[in-house]
Write a protein that binds this ligand. Structure first.
Ligand SMILES: NC(=O)c1ccc[n+]([C@@H]2O[C@H](COP(=O)([O-])OP(=O)(O)OC[C@H]3O[C@@H](n4cnc5c(N)ncnc54)[C@H](O)[C@@H]3O)[C@@H](O)[C@H]2O)c1
Ligand SMILES: NC(=O)c1ccc[n+]([C@@H]2O[C@H](COP(=O)([O-])OP(=O)(O)OC[C@H]3O[C@@H](n4cnc5c(N)ncnc54)[C@H](O)[C@@H]3O)[C@@H](O)[C@H]2O)c1
Lengths: 206, 206
């Protein structure tokens, strides 16, 4: 997979270029993007090169073409149909995060073992009992599951998801999931962001 | 700031080395860490070099020393005293995330404009009205604020935090915050993780 750090930066470039498009700009320079995000201009140019679009000296990158190329590179022109398992605080916040919808991730159903949550909606997404996962994954042609259950239930919930035919899991629990070859697991841990913040605070102190 | 991608990987190294320590191991090899995280061994060795601890060929890195060096590098041997503003779904999930406590981030108070939330607790953290921010930041010697309000309120809430003497803001909103020089702002956007996941899904499809 090409550089993960580059891919992680692309959504913030997208924000800035979309804003430039709304202002009616036809071109945008790598330096303008770099200043907005406090990055080095060389870093931005290297990152944007990955999309195949090149900028012209003194004019910059064509806005519409660049937006299209980044969106295609991220596969965000396809809708990724998702379910969410664990309709708690984190799950509810993710179901309500408008950016995901804008970038093509559609959370179409949620699941929770707590009978009090079943039949309710979290930010508009209906919550079903776990027994319905197999049926809903087929009916809604789901490819991705967002896992926000408490860590002790991570592996057993994953077995249910695999049996239902899920091919990719976005894992917010602390458990390293055991999955067969070919299944995509992406771990997400906000401790990574906190690590960067802590180092910045320490540098500032000294 | 040294390489952000390296710093982001350190918490997951910490997990693995802590597990090795619990199993009574005195040394751990970069290759074992790399296999567990599906990274290149050379990447892990380059990252660990940042902590000043070097491994010995065929023996590996000394577990206790490495843990200490990574923790010190991340400034996680200091407690970072924090408040949280916006006691909604995301704020509540962050207040309840045990990893933060383990890594020295202590959320000591929360604030919310909704009077129904004031006086309640979110995962054990008391929720106060916004008017109390100044008083609590002084009383509790707070250095960091976690911002999880709806985006339209991001800048005005930031003004209140700056007036209270906050020096660092972990920003979960979509707004680029205008702050004076010297104030640390760290933006967090889960769209970055979703970007990496989308690219993995697209590569798998082709
Ligand atoms: N990766 C991160 O950065 C990060 C940040 C915050 C929280 N978390 C993790 O996310 C998870 C959820 O956190 P939260 O704050 O939303 O907790 P929560 O308690 O609010 O939500 C958990 C939900 O899962 C449900 N549940 C329990 N067992 C289940 C099962 N077997 N199958 C389906 N649903 C089940 C519960 O009924 C509850 O609704 C936890 O594992 C937490 O550690 C991760
Ligand atoms: N960065 C990310 O990856 C990410 C992911 C999910 C949500 N979010 C963002 O986090 C924020 C919170 O999301 P949520 O799901 O918890 O929403 P939520 O509606 O559950 O919580 C928002 C809370 O803020 C409170 N609030 C409103 N105005 C306020 C003000 N002026 N001062 C103090 N508190 C105020 C509300 O009363 C509510 O309790 C939103 O901006 C959302 O876009 C970011």
């Amino acid at each position: 997979i090409s550089s993960v750090p580059t891919i992680r930066r692309l959504p913030s470039y997208l924000h800035i270029i979309e804003a430039a498009q709304k202002e009616g700009k036809d071109f945008i320079s790598g330096t303008v993007i770099a200043e907005e995000l406090e990055l080095e201009p060389i870093q931005v140019r290297k990152d944007l090169a990955i999309t195949g679009i090149s900028g012209k000296p003194r004019i910059g990158f064509p806005v519409a073409e660049l937006l299209d190329a980044i969106t295609k590179f991220l596969d965000w022109h396809h809708t990724h149909r998702a379910i969410l398992v664990g309709a708690g605080n984190l799950g509810t916040a993710l179901a309500g995060y408008a950016e995901f919808n804008r970038h093509g991730m559609s959370i179409l159903a949620a699941f929770d073992s707590d009978s009090r949550k079943q039949g309710t909606r979290i930010n508009g997404v209906e919550v079903f009992p776990l027994e319905k996962i197999g049926e809903k994954v087929k009916e809604l042609e789901i490819e991705l599951a967002v896992l926000t259950v408490p860590s002790p239930y991570a592996q057993e919930t994953t077995e249910v998801l695999l049996a239902a035919g899920i091919k990719a899991i976005w894992n917010f629990t602390n458990i390293k999931l055991k999955v067969p070859k070919g299944i995509i697991v992406q771990k997400e841990d906000l401790s990574s962001g906190y690590a960067v913040l802590s180092v910045k605070i320490a540098r500032n102190r000294n």
